[in-house]
Design a binder for this molecule. Structure first.
Ligand code: HEC
Length: 114
């Protein structure tokens, strides 16, 4: 179950992310690609960015596909909804502060295939 890996009411605790995201219980300490980042992307993005004809030619269902968008700056630009990028998920709700924190931490660690 992907949801087991996503910050949930039962599995979260307060740590230093609380300072950055007041009011949210968020544990980004064990962020990995396979257990954390890919499940978030699968459930929020891959209805459009998966399969044989991904939106905008951007495939996010493999590590290589995601890494390409990390390296060109578009992944973080789109999900943090920075002005120069097309906000993602398109026509959807912005990812939670906790999920953004987890993805940011993974990107800042060099976006390893872990
Ligand atoms: C409803 C379909 C849909 C969903 C869901 C969606 N995207 Fe997109 N995405 C698109 C389309 C279409 C484009 C092409 C640009 C546009 O039309 O805004 C795009 C463009 C992008 C771009 C390029 C942005 C740029 O400024 O060049 C990135 C990166 C991206 N998506 C990542 C994601 C991520 C990560 C998620 C999930 C958090 C996501 N998308 C969810 C349809 C979607």
């Amino acid at each position: 179950m992907h949801s087991n890996y996503i910050c949930s009411f039962s599995s979260c605790y307060y740590d230093k992310e609380e300072t950055l995201y007041p009011g949210s219980a968020c544990d980004s300490s064990t962020t990995t690609f396979g257990a954390i980042v890919l499940p978030i992307i699968s459930s929020n993005c891959n209805s459009c960015h998966g399969g044989n004809t991904p939106s905008a030619g951007i495939a996010l269902d493999t590590y290589a596909g995601v890494k390409t968008q990390v390296d060109n700056g578009k992944l973080w630009g789109a999900i943090s909804q920075s002005a120069a990028y097309s906000p993602m998920p398109k026509n959807g709700t912005k990812l939670s502060a906790c999920n953004l924190a987890k993805i940011k931490k993974w990107i800042d660690a060099g976006a390893p295939n872990n």
